[in-house]
Design a protein around this ligand. Structure first.
Ligand code: GUN
Ligand code: ZN
Length: 434
């Protein structure tokens, strides 16, 4: 079928390498007068238009004043916690018991699950997030709802049934066998359908018996191209609890490895409190760690060691961790990542932050061949940022001397008002309400 080439004109930013590891020079490509050519939902090329004539039969979208980059990839969040975001106070375990579990208990109801999934995707798209890697609830309905709403919007999206068979209210507990059976049914139903991917999801070791972790490890062996996501080293109390529950395991990571849940496609949320052994083992197997800055400050978890972990060559993504995280905005997440690194004596460069929220997250969830960058052959999930979206941002941006000074005020002060356009596989996303 003939489809017209679409060309978005603007300032383009793409990445060639990780600026935190390979250095800023040569890690990115910035074109002040760039153009992204899109054909059949895929990026054909990104070129400098200076002195060039554009093809007469193409559809031109003129965003010359704006910054064009890949859509944000949110590598760890819980869409069922959308409605309880910013619940006041408490540490992780109290927060789970008081707010999270009662809300997650509602997702046996497919109508409610669909309502929240739909609301979640509309909010995240309005913040420029084009791919989410979410946890569901214990209920298969939550996974059905998430994938149904993602599919309706043409999104690349990932989730899995969150498995728990202990230390949770009875209405949120399954069993080792049920978690295996239900996860398997959901994989067969959804994994690889359109742009959807299933993630095997034990919530974290405190809420799974070794039998459940073993059952999910066996399932992963049957479906090795699925990701496996879980939490690790978020708060000291949690780490101590794992020690009590698994007295013979070497450490928190070992509780997963003993059950076959450690491999290159393991995606670990948080990773603030990791021992040297855990860090070197995660690196050895090339698993990923997802930094959740707004959650780590909101729940008072601690200061992630971005400098140490990235220099050690760990694969790191960035995430909102809704609803532990206090914002749907990856701009806010980047701002908080910057502030946390500052508190640890390290100034993350704007390029580091933009890498993390696009290509870094895509790599961490093994999707970097498809999304997370403006490059030929990538799916055209694209974000157009208004770098002058408020008076405060604009007056600072006008003083800027280069692209990094221009974009940094938006990273630090921006919100959904900075999201000018979102394209999903080259089609402009139209918000219901803005
Ligand atoms: N650890 C286990 N479950 C959760 C959750 O829902 N949110 C956060 N932030 N940490 C967790
Ligand atoms: Zn989480």
């Amino acid at each position: 079928m003939y489809s017209k080439t679409k060309i978005i004109l603007g300032k383009t930013l793409s990445f060639k390498q990780n600026p935190m590891v390979d250095g800023l020079e040569g890690s990115y490509s910035f074109l002040d007068t760039g153009a992204v050519f899109i054909k059949n939902g895929v990026i054909e090329k990104v070129i400098d238009t200076q002195g060039l004539n554009l093809p007469a039969d193409a559809e031109i979208i003129d965003r010359k004043e704006n910054l064009i980059l890949a859509g944000f990839v949110d590598a760890h969040l819980h869409f069922p916690q959308t409605a309880i975001i910013n619940s006041w106070g408490r540490r992780l375990i109290d927060w789970l018991n008081e707010y999270t579990f009662p809300e997650e208990g509602k997702f046996h109801d497919i109508e409610y699950a669909l309502e929240i999934a739909s609301r979640y995707f509309d909010i995240c798209l309005s913040h420029g997030v084009t791919t989410s890697v979410s946890y569901g609830t214990i209920h298969p309905e939550s996974v059905d709802a998430f994938f149904t709403e993602a599919k309706a919007r043409g999104l690349r999206a990932l989730t899995g049934k969150t498995c728990m068979d202990r230390n949770a209210p009875s209405y949120l507990r399954d069993s080792a066998q049920a978690s295996y059976d239900q996860s398997k049914t959901l994989i067969e139903k959804w994994h690889g359908v359109n742009r959807l991917g299933y993630v095997i999801t034990p919530r974290f070791s405190p809420t799974s018996t070794p039998e459940q972790l073993n059952a999910l490890g066996s399932l992963w062996k049957e479906y090795p191209d699925c990701l496996m996501q879980t939490h690790i080293g978020e708060q000291p109390e949690e780490v101590n609890w794992v020690k009590e529950l698994f007295p013979t395991s070497k450490d928190y990571l070992d509780t997963y490895e003993e059950s076959g849940l450690l491999g290159p496609r393991s995606v670990f949320g948080h990773g603030i409190y990791l021992t040297d052994r855990e860090k070197s083992r995660i690196k050895e197997v090339n698993a990923s760690i997802i930094h959740c800055p707004t959650s780590n400050t909101f729940i008072g978890s601690g200061l992630f060691d971005m400098k140490g972990l990235s220099r050690a060559g760990q694969k790191i993504g960035l995430a909102t961790d809704i609803g532990g995280g206090s914002s749907f905005s990856m701009l806010k997440v980047m701002a908080t990542a910057y502030e946390i690194a500052q508190l640890r004596g390290h100034a993350l460069h704007p390029a580091d932050l933009l890498w993390l929220s696009t290509r870094g997250s895509a790599e961490a969830v093994h999707l970097d061949k498809k999304i997370g960058n403006l490059a030929p052959g990538m799916e055209a999930d694209i974000l157009v940022l208004d770098l002058y979206s408020t008076t405060a941002i604009s007056q600072r941006a006008k003083q800027s001397k280069n692209i990094w000074e221009l974009v940094f005020p938006t990273i630090m002060m921006g919100d959904d008002r900075a999201i000018k356009d979102v394209f999903i596989k080259g089609e402009k996303w139209l918000p219901k309400v803005k």
